[in-house]
Design a protein around this ligand. Structure first.
Ligand SMILES: *Cc1c(COP(=O)(O)O)cnc(C)c1O
Length: 113
């Protein structure tokens, strides 16, 4: 579920997302794709609260858009360790190189100053 949605720009609120998650069986993983969340003037979402309530939720964010690192493809995710363990087998070929990691740390530090 992409929120803000690309390319329509529609935004689901917390109640919409919770209502959806209540209908999804807990063994089904649900990704909250928040690639454009930094473009909201005020963050109306509390996805961490939703994440704490629903153990099948994975939150994904990227530095490609708001941080201008589209060519570097750096992002981060928040999920239960049991879910992360299921994805560890793909880390080898898709792991970030040291250039991407250092660039990510640098832009995050610059934005937070
Ligand atoms: C850009 C984008 C991403 C992530 O892009 P990466 O460059 O792979 O980090 C994810 N979801 C949506 C909807 C996007 O527009």
């Amino acid at each position: 579920m992409s929120n803000l949605h690309n390319p329509t720009g529609t935004l689901l609120n917390d109640e919409d997302i919770v209502s959806f998650l209540e209908k999804v069986p807990s063994y089904v993983k649900v990704v909250l794709d928040e690639a454009y969340i930094e473009f909201l003037e005020k963050d109306p979402l509390d996805s961490l609260k939703i994440y704490k309530e629903f153990s099948n939720v994975i939150i994904l964010r990227t530095l490609s858009k708001a941080y201008g690192l589209v060519g570097v493809r750096v992002g981060y995710g928040i999920a239960r360790s049991s879910i992360i363990d299921e994805f560890k087998f793909v880390i080898g070929p898709f792991d970030l190189n040291s250039y991407a990691q250092n660039l990510a740390v640098r832009v995050i530090k610059e934005k937070s100053m």
